[in-house]
Write a protein that binds this ligand. Structure first.
Ligand code: SF4
Length: 221
């Protein structure tokens, strides 16, 4: 169903607002039955950096906005600490409707929903994608590796042709449960990751310049 909507969208006026309209009434998977709002995503439609989380939580379902609950507040703090304005980023989720009880999205839900996300990536053309947690990381990198193995290491998103650099990071909800700041702890590792994102953003050419980002192999610092 999404594919036919996307085809008619691409044949009309392809921009994020035109994509938002059909997305807000999507019923392509079972998550539509329990949602209050579709959380389309928000931010700069021309962002260099796109952040992809797992799925809306209770606060996001209530407001229709991504990352506004406690996890979102922590994400804001992480971005702010690295001097990355939230408004300069596009923030969304791999599924647009809340999985009941904040469970992880199930594979059939990810498959049903990722057409919306792929269209968003096509339109925004980010130069860096940060994936938060297992589900978006495994989707973006086509891997079964868990986030503890992948975080902090550059990968490539190749689903749309020219590769886009991907840096997996811990999900803020995980950091809320594991707020260890000492060297090697989850918060310390996240600080290293966001500093890497910031320094890479600063080195990027303007988006109008078609230059592929050379991805360094960083390991775990
Ligand atoms: S989660 Fe995605 S595919 Fe499922 S109903 Fe919501 S918008 Fe549609």
């Amino acid at each position: 169903m999404i594919s036919s909507v996307v085809q008619s969208f691409e044949a009309s006026s392809p921009d994020l607002e035109h994509l938002r309209v059909p997305c807000l009434t999507c019923v392509a998977c079972k998550l539509f039955e329990t949602r209050r709002n579709v959380v389309f995503g928000e931010g700069d439609p021309d962002a260099k950096l796109m952040i992809i989380g797992e799925g809306p939580g209770e606060d996001e379902d209530r407001t229709g906005r991504p990352f506004v609950g406690r996890g979102g507040q922590l994400l804001d703090q992480i971005l702010s600490a690295a001097a990355i304005p939230r408004a300069s980023v596009f923030i969304g989720n791999i599924v647009k409707c809340r999985p009941p009880g904040n469970r992880n999205p199930e594979p059939d839900e990810v498959i049903a929903c990722d057409g919306w996300l792929l269209e968003q990536i096509k339109l925004i053309r980010p130069q860096i994608i940060v994936t938060l947690g297992n589900v978006p990381t495994q989707w973006a990198l086509d891997t079964k590796l868990g986030i503890t193995k992948t975080r902090g290491q550059w990968g490539e998103f190749k689903k749309l042709g020219a590769p886009i650099a991907v840096l997996p990071m811990f999900h803020p909800a995980y950091l809320l449960r594991n707020p260890v700041r000492t060297v090697g702890g989850p918060k310390w590792l996240t600080w290293q990751d966001i500093k890497l994102v910031k320094s890479t953003l600063e080195e990027l050419p303007e988006k109008s310049v078609a230059v592929r980002l050379e991805i360094p192999q960083t390991g775990l610092f």
